[in-house]
Design a protein around this ligand. Structure first.
Ligand SMILES: [Zn+2]
Length: 215
């Protein structure tokens, strides 16, 4: 799942209005932020296998620490716990913990049965990625609904809040379309570095969100 995770980050603003979109984005994509670090250090693996699903050519055959349910629960508790220790906001910490865990659920819906429950199986996945139309419908509806919620919850204070935010949304959509319709990536290394660069989106989201007011 790609923009579905971003949708959860946008929608979380409704549940935790005082939390920055940068933080909700970090939570929603946390498993995918851990993943490239583990790939580059050799702890996890995937291969490029064009045709393995209709949407992504990536074969996720070994990602126990970033994407098993049991580790996802651990990351979720850790994320919520660290946020609570720093901010003392119980409600926000609970929302963020749930947002971290939502990543596993979202991936479970779209992935082939390659999502481990324990670190090495059993493997689950509903396989929405076997249909391009189904994927676009699901993720598109999630994203539009969440965008609507976020826009209703916040308003731009200035040009950064307005155009910085819309540029981020446009950027996310362009990357998404490129991922779904573009050619498969040339090698695994590039995928890892591209995923790592998603960290920039967190800074971008935090920056735009700071220029928007809630209510
Ligand atoms: Zn993921």
């Amino acid at each position: 799942m790609f923009i579905g995770h971003y949708a959860i980050a946008l929608a979380a603003k409704k549940a935790a209005p005082r939390v920055s979109l940068g933080t909700t984005l970090l939570a929603a994509e946390f498993l995918d932020f851990v993943w490239p670090v583990l790939l580059l250090t050799g702890a996890e693996h995937f291969r490029i296998a064009p045709g393995i699903t209709k949407v992504t050519p990536l074969d996720f055959y070994d990602y126990p620490y970033s994407h098993s349910l049991v580790f996802a629960i651990g990351w979720s508790v850790l994320f919520g716990g660290v946020h609570f220790a720093l901010k003392r906001d119980r409600g926000a910490a609970l929302v963020l913990g749930a947002v971290v865990l939502s990543h596993w659920v979202g991936d479970f819906i779209v992935h082939r049965p390659d999502m481990p429950v324990l670190s090495h199986g059993p493997y689950l996945g509903l396989g929405v990625w076997n249909s391009v139309a189904g994927t676009l419908l699901l993720e598109g509806a999630m994203f539009l609904g969440a965008l609507w919620l976020y826009l209703r919850e916040t308003s731009a204070k200035d040009g950064v809040g307005r155009w910085g935010f819309w540029a981020l949304i446009a950027f996310i959509l362009v990357i998404y379309v490129g991922n779904v319709f573009g050619p498969p990536p040339p090698n695994e290394q590039i995928v890892a570095w591209m995923s790592l660069s998603q960290w920039l989106m967190v800074a971008w989201a935090a920056w735009a969100d700071r220029h928007r007011s809630v209510g």
